[in-house]
Each structure stands twice: as C-alpha cells, then as structure tokens.
Design a protein around this ligand. Structure first.
Ligand SMILES: Cc1cc2nc3c(=O)[nH]c(=O)nc-3n(C[C@H](O)[C@H](O)[C@H](O)COP(=O)(O)O)c2cc1C
Length: 291
C-alpha cells in the first residue's frame, strides 16, 4: 500500500516555499550543491566558464548556489582547476561572481576548504599527518577560515560553507578532534555574528560534530556522504542520504538540515522534505528545469 506523507495543515513543506536562513530571504528550498568545475587557471582565478555557469544556474531559479570547492590556504595541495581565495587580490573577481548571481535573485555561498594538511616547516612545505599537527598548525587553519570569511563578506557573498566532507582536510581531521569546528565557527562569528555559516559533512558518524557546530551557532548543516550506502546510486535512486538526515534531525533537532544526494522528481523531493524534517534540499547532478 502506498504511504501518505502529506496531511492537511499549514506545516506541510514544499520545495517552492519562500523561506529564510539567518534572515536571508530564499525564494524556494532548493540550493545548488557545491560543484568543482576544474575551470580556474593554475593561480586559482575564476574563468569565463564559471561566470557563465553561475549566471545560468541563478537564472534557472535556484534559491542559492554554493561555489565549487575553494581553497583558503596559499600553500594548500591543489586539485586541477580549483578556485583559490587566500588574498585580497581575489576579492574583485569574486565580487563580479556574486553580482552576477544576485542580479537574478539568487543567493551565493563560498565553499571554503583546505584540500590537505600542508604546512610550512623551516621554509619548506610538508604534508603533515593529521595526528602530528601542532596547536600552531590548528590555529593557522582557524585563522585561514576567519580570513576567508572577511574576504567573502567584502566580495558580497551571502554566507560561507565550511567544507568538512568528502575526504578533504577537515573531514579527516574531525575524526581526530571535532573541537576545530567550534573554533572555526567562533572565529567566523568574531568577524560578523550575523554572517550566515553552513557546513558540509559526511552523514556517516557526524552526530557529535553536528552537536558541536549547533552549540557554536552553525546556521545549517548539509548532509552528504561517502557513497558507502547501498542506496547511493546516482541517477537510479533518489534522496539516498536521507537516513543520515533523519538521524541528525532526531539527535540535534534545532539544527537546520540541508540534504544533498539524488534529488530528482518534485514528488520525491516534497516527500523527503516532509518525511525527514529537513528544511532545504541541495541538488547537484540531477539538476534540471523543474520550475
Ligand atoms: C563533478 C563533481 C564535482 C563536485 N564538486 C564538489 C565540490 O566542489 N564540493 C563539494 O562539497 N561537493 C562536490 N561534489 C559533490 C556534490 O556536491 C554532491 O554532494 C554529490 O554529488 C551528491 O549529490 P548528487 O548525487 O545528487 O549528485 C561534486 C560532485 C561531482 C560529481
């Protein structure tokens, strides 16, 4: 028998609801999930392809776009074509990007990341194993995120997403110590306590990290995954990380949740919103016109 997920009442959520996140007015509940395009030059500068893609996404009607992974460290390990944002020289091109998106009524978040644990030692760069990082290294990481928040505000971003998923530096470091997430959030709130901050995290074993981030004022967490679930079959199954979101919602009920992973049909997206309690959906590969 088919289950009914919708009941009559004002609290039924729909992907097209106008809503808000820390006072940011959002025209619906759909975000474009962060997507590395490999389209920056070797110095991390944005390209015409990036401006064109974001222009199309904003025109398409999403509420907000999260930029592709962007490193905030001048000495990070680099992925081919990754954006860099670790000096004031990057601000003006990012301002052009945020203006482009805002012109079409969408919001935009910077996805701030460290790819790997690369630190200078005696004038040379070393990839330092996570368990050998010093307090000084960790303070540097916190300062890098703080500096990124200052620049993101100058560039007109509506908020920042801390990338703590998918095997990049923070997702590995938080297996060792989740305290860093609270420290980064405190540092960003020192810049501006009203700047919207989200974090992306793998749903596997994320409850403690979510509790810490909620306690330090995170505005919303985006639940992604490592594709270890049998349900995670892109283009076949839908909403395949939803069980992680349900676990976060029941353990940290006050934390707003954004769920990514296989959101395709309007019916299933609305069902997911109402069945899991999450507030927002992030669409990535499945993105196609629905409005
Ligand atoms: C080509 C490609 C690039 C991606 N780039 C990023 C990225 O820069 N940052 C990020 O957090 N996730 C990135 N992701 C992951 C997606 O944002 C999303 O979390 C994941 O694909 C699950 O959603 P989907 O199965 O609906 O595509 C990328 C995925 C793909 C396939």
């Amino acid at each position: 028998m088919r289950r009914r997920f919708f009941i009559d009442g004002d609290d039924i959520k729909n992907i097209f609801d106008e809503t808000n996140l820390r006072g940011l007015k959002l025209r619906n509940r759909i975000f474009r999930s962060a997507t590395w395009l490999g389209a920056c030059d070797d110095d991390g500068n944005l390209s015409a392809e990036i401006f064109r893609t974001y222009d199309e996404l904003a025109t398409g009607g999403v509420a907000a776009i999260v930029t592709g992974i962007t490193t905030v460290s001048p000495h990070d390990a680099l992925i081919d074509g990754i954006a860099q944002f670790h000096g004031d020289k990057f601000i003006s091109q990012h301002k052009t990007l945020t203006d482009t998106v805002h012109a079409h009524g969408a919001k935009i978040f910077l996805q701030a990341a460290l790819v790997d644990s690369v630190f200078p030692i005696d004038g040379e760069l070393y990839r330092v194993p996570i368990n050998l990082l010093t307090d000084e290294n960790i303070s540097e990481v916190v300062e890098l995120f703080k500096a990124a928040a200052i620049r993101a505000k100058s560039a007109g971003y509506d908020g920042l997403q801390i990338h703590a998923a998918h095997g990049f530096f923070l997702s590995r470091y938080i297996n060792h110590d989740t305290k860093i997430l609270g420290d980064i959030l405190d540092a960003i709130h020192d810049v501006d306590k009203n700047f919207c901050v989200t974090a992306k995290i793998n749903g596997e074993h994320c409850i403690d990290a979510c509790r810490i981030m909620a306690a330090h004022g995170l505005d919303a967490v985006e639940i992604s995954g490592n594709y270890t679930s049998r349900d995670a079959k892109p283009f076949v199954n839908e909403a395949y990380f939803k069980n992680f979101a349900v676990a976060v919602k029941s353990s940290v009920p006050n934390l707003l949740v954004i769920l990514v992973g296989g959101h395709r049909s309007v019916e299933t997206m609305n069902q997911t919103l109402n069945e899991t309690g999450v507030e927002f959906l992030r669409r990535h590969r499945e993105i196609q016109p629905i409005m």
